[in-house]
Write a protein of this length. Structure first.
Length: 271
């Protein structure tokens, strides 16, 4: 019976587990291995889709399934299959069409549960493929028929992101969906009720772990729901205002081995 038995830690990746150079520190890796060796359940919850989470899975080495699609799925990396997924309603195409016609320079990605398609290109979508290695699969959203996990609108112009958010929020079908800013250049449409907090709850239920014994760690707006849902929500020091406000605790930054600090603070009783 390990000292961390029955405890689940769910962390975000970028800006949280990862340092700014996209690596995981030796201190974090050693602490995670210690946590798991003492019975703890460790994983991540990400906006990424499983098909481009392979490097993250190998680097983070979770010992339980991980959350993906910003909470719209939970994926068993060992078995190579989803244990939970919730697709968008086809009504989403009305919103996609509205943004497409209103914002000529905003990129559009359609994320099925198996791959990413590019419906409209811009500099952000090109850089995304360069960074992730996602194949250049193009589609016309008017003809798309696969189940979709999320839609992503892409622009590096702050005023345009805010205008897209406003246009979606005022759309007649807005109440049928949830919206989240997942990065500085990305704004997403998700199924109603889908967020990282949902994935945390589904995962805890799957593992038969009480939600009171869950710890969520994050840094950005799309982590806020997860921080609120967890038994203890912890924001890193470099977190956005939304994440800081949602957290119960603020720890050190992602550059200061935040996950290791949390594990050792948990062991010492500080958390």
């Amino acid at each position: 019976m390990g000292k961390f038995n029955g405890i689940l830690i769910c962390t975000d990746l970028d800006g949280t587990l990862y340092r700014n150079d996209k690596s995981i520190s030796r201190e974090n890796k050693e602490a995670v291995e210690y946590f798991k060796s003492e019975g703890g359940s460790f994983t991540f919850i990400t906006g990424r889709m499983p098909y481009y989470s392979t490097d993250a899975y190998r680097a983070a080495r979770p010992n339980v399934p991980f959350g993906c699609v910003n909470g719209g799925g939970v994926y068993d990396g060992e078995a190579g299959k989803y244990i939970f997924k919730l697709p968008l309603s086809t009504l989403v195409y009305d919103l996609v069409r509205h943004i497409d016609k209103s914002f000529l320079d905003v990129g559009i990605q359609l994320c099925s549960f198996d791959r990413t398609y590019f419906a409209k290109e811009n500099g952000v979508t090109v850089r995304f493929r360069e960074i992730t290695g996602v194949p250049p699969l193009f589609c016309n959203y008017e003809d798309f028929s696969e189940p979709i996990g999320k839609v992503i609108f892409c622009t590096d112009k702050e005023e345009e992101i805010k205008a897209v958010e406003s246009a979606l929020g005022s759309h007649p079908l807005a109440s049928e969906f949830d919206f989240i800013r997942s990065e500085r250049t990305l704004f997403e449409i998700l199924p109603k009720g889908v967020n990282k907090g949902l994935a945390l709850g589904k995962l805890a239920e799957y593992l038969n772990i009480s939600i009171e014994n869950t710890i969520a760690v994050g840094d950005y707006d799309n982590d806020a729901a997860m921080l609120r849902a967890a038994g203890r929500g912890i924001a890193v020091a470099n977190a956005s205002r939304a994440a800081l406000e949602a957290a119960d605790i603020v720890t050190v930054s992602n550059e200061e081995h935040a996950i290791a600090r949390i594990i050792y603070d948990l062991e010492s009783g500080k958390i």
